[in-house]
Design a protein around this ligand. Structure first.
Ligand code: SF4
Length: 147
């Protein structure tokens, strides 16, 4: 069993987590890395606290107390507009300070968001392929299912 904490972008604080929870159940998006037969348990769900993300400093502690083995940053940090400019710093801090792996991404990128970002001049320069290449390489049919 893998116990997972999810941290979402504070701009979407009212999000009900529907896509993240669906992907967790379906082992889709960034959860596809876990074998299908493995049970995935959500042990924490919170947000960064709003720009510049002060809650990142504290909220992993609660997730770890609840048994989290890994923390996922929600896909909305990657394809919200604008994408979170601190995402790599957040990942490095949490992994260094809390000694827990961080995976960038939860649910597949919805195709309509992917297409919108792909047209932007700065998208390529953000090097998101290095940050979450698995999400960007997703089959477009699966992305469309998450529109
Ligand atoms: S853009 Fe980044 S720092 Fe700002 S609210 Fe979203 S996740 Fe937090």
């Amino acid at each position: 069993m893998t116990k997972i904490g999810i941290i979402i972008c504070g701009r979407y604080i009212t999000c009900g987590g529907g896509k993240c929870l669906r992907a967790l159940k379906e082992h889709a998006g960034s959860f596809a890395k876990y074998p299908k037969e493995e049970t995935l348990e959500l042990v924490g769900f919170s947000n960064c606290g709003g720009c510049p993300g002060g809650n990142i400093e504290y909220v992993p502690a609660e997730m770890i107390k609840n048994g989290a083995n890994v923390i996922h940053f929600a896909t909305g940090m990657v394809v919200g507009y604008p994408p979170c400019q601190y995402i790599n710093q957040f990942k490095e801090f949490v992994e260094s300070h809390y000694k827990i792996p961080v995976v960038i991404g939860t649910h597949p990128i919805p195709l309509k968001y992917y297409n919108a970002h792909d047209k932007l001049s700065f998208w390529g320069s953000m090097k998101m392929d290095k940050t979450c290449g698995n999400l960007l390489a997703e089959d477009e049919e699966i992305m469309a299912l998450y529109d």
